[in-house]
Design a protein around this ligand. Structure first.
Ligand SMILES: NC(=O)NCCC(=O)O
Length: 384
């Protein structure tokens, strides 16, 4: 069932399993239990009035003698596009700004320090169409475009770091487009930007028609609340992409995404969670929700009949911790805000237990990879 008829795995388990079995199934599926956060009543009411789900969980770390807990609250936002895709561009962007304003207000009530929106959050995910206008009109400057200015206001108002994934137009370099995430510091200053390194060429994800593979490497941003990085959507299928953010010191890696049930839903719970385990860090997987219809039919050279929508974006945003535990996912059908309290001390604590950074043979891989990418390389296969 790849559509909207199924609310969430968690709801299904809770409905059908007796309590004792439920606890055991949750232990096996999610690892060490995350504590439910006691969120303010006013925030829950505002979320209900605004018709979005609000959930909160805390990951705990052991007490240390020499470091205080390094507690940070992150907010993950998943949403539908509120207006049809054929509404004028500025109206769509404005409606999304208003929607996020309301969600961020609730995040602030819940003490969120760092918030991240979904991939290309100011627009419908129109890359499936391969049409240029009007979709390229959603692109804007990552330094002073209307959305960045909007995020700067949010950051200043709430003292919150805002991670804003947008379609970037880079007017300093020939008006080229990029799939970018801008990190706005809690002061309101633009701390920097990072670009999507891996571009899908699968099914209707015809994104290579619009922008190139990112050229900024794997930057990590030192915020007031911890070191963060952003691995945009399809980058989550590439373990080395996660690894490089971790090597540069990321403690939290956000994965703002746009992906559909028929393609990736069974991979979704595995990939970001595995990255958290393998890299001793927290990962935050965010997916959009719902079905988006486009004015003209399109095909993607895969034998499917011409169609006007992508399929179903299944939401299910979640946070995973370095010890392999994870929060339940947000709903598959509703807009939502997931608040997670992280103690960043857990990253080093798990590193000390499992020691993947210590046992990783990076020098050997670097040497072998450097050989493998040479045009005259022959795979090392031992034959009889
Ligand atoms: N937005 C995007 O890169 N989607 C590709 C499909 C996927 O990675 O699941």
């Amino acid at each position: 069932m790849a559509g909207s008829g199924f609310e969430s795995l968690e709801q299904c388990l809770e409905k059908h399993l007796p309590l004792a079995e439920l606890q055991e199934v949750k232990r096996l599926l999610y690892g060490k239990e995350t504590r439910k956060l006691d969120l303010p009543g006013a925030a829950l009411e505002a979320a209900s009035r605004g018709d979005f789900e609000l959930q909160g969980y805390a990951f705990e770390a052991a007490a240390e003698q020499q470091r205080r807990p390094r507690t940070v609250r992150v907010g993950l936002v998943q949403n539908r596009t509120p207006l049809p895709a054929d509404t004028p561009v500025v109206k769509q962007v404005t409606a999304l700004h208003r929607r996020m304003e309301a969600v961020v207000e609730v995040a602030a009530m819940c003490g969120v320090n760092i918030i991240c929106f979904q991939e290309a959050w100011t627009m419908p995910f129109a890359f499936c169409t391969r049409e240029k206008l009007p979709w390229t009109e959603f692109a804007e400057s990552a330094e002073d475009g209307p959305t960045i200015k909007f995020c700067q206001e949010l950051a200043r108002k709430h003292g919150m770091v805002v991670v804003s994934p947008v379609l970037e137009r880079d007017s300093d370099h020939g008006d080229v487009l990029w799939n970018t995430a801008v990190v706005v510091a809690s002061s309101g200053a633009v701390l920097g930007k990072t670009r999507k390194n891996h571009i899908p060429r699968v099914g209707d994800f015809n994104e290579s028609t619009y922008y190139m593979e990112g050229n900024l490497g794997h930057p990590v941003f030192q915020t007031q609340f911890g070191r963060i990085a952003v691995n945009i959507c399809y980058g989550r299928h590439h373990p080395l992409n996660w690894l490089m953010y971790s090597i540069n010191g990321a403690e939290i890696i956000f994965n703002p995404s746009a992906t559909i049930g028929a393609l990736s839903e069974s991979l979704w719970p595995v990939e970001a969670r595995n990255a958290a385990i393998a890299n001793h860090c927290f990962t935050c997987a965010i997916n959009r929700v719902g079905r988006e219809h486009f004015p003209n039919e399109f095909t993607s050279g895969d034998g499917k009949k011409a169609h006007q929508d992508f399929g179903y974006f299944y939401g299910s945003s979640y946070v995973a911790a370095p010890d392999g535990s994870r929060t339940p996912g947000l709903s598959r059908t509703r807009d939502g805000l997931l608040v997670a309290e992280l103690d960043l001390n857990l990253c080093r604590q798990v590193n000390d237990i499992w020691g993947f950074k210590m046992t990783g043979r990076y020098e050997m891989y670097a040497r072998e990879l450097a050989e493998a990418v040479k045009p005259d390389y022959t795979p090392k296969i031992v034959k009889e």
